[in-house]
Design a protein around this ligand. Structure first.
Ligand SMILES: [Zn+2]
Ligand SMILES: [Zn+2]
Length: 135
């Protein structure tokens, strides 16, 4: 019953369809900062629900995770942790994100110093499953 979202990179070489996306999280970890310049907005779905068309350049972030980019325009599109059934889509790549709900902020303990989080959404030091709410 869930909506299927479509998306693409900036140049359109990589497109995708994602069914059952949920739970947008803003991740403030250092890895996301280094990759994008600030924090990321990502929504997860089971790997098999995300159908990608076009070549994705998968780059290692750490031993546990990798990021998926368009090889032509460099857009950061996907985030995947090897041992998790879910994969994340960077919501900026979605054609239309309406219907998705933002759950909160994760890895706020690694947040850069030059901005404050002022939207009142829940904040977690790490991952919400194991992390402790900091506010
Ligand atoms: Zn592209
Ligand atoms: Zn992050």
């Amino acid at each position: 019953m869930s909506k299927t979202y479509t998306g693409s990179c900036l140049c359109g070489s990589v497109t995708f369809e994602a069914a059952g996306l949920s739970d947008i999280w803003y991740c403030h970890c250092k890895q996301c900062q280094k990759l994008t310049g600030l924090y990321i907005s990502a929504a997860g779905a089971p790997r098999e629900n995300i159908k990608i068309t076009g070549d994705v350049n998968w780059l290692p972030i750490s031993e546990m995770s990798e990021s998926g980019h368009c090889p032509k325009c460099g857009a950061y599109m996907f985030w995947s942790m090897h041992d998790r059934p879910n994969m994340s889509v960077l919501t900026g790549c979605l054609d239309d994100s309406s219907g998705l709900e933002v759950k909160g902020h994760i890895y706020v303990e690694e947040k850069a110093a030059h901005y404050e989080i002022t939207d009142g959404l829940p904040q977690f030091e790490g991952y919400p499953e194991q992390g402790t709410r900091s506010t």
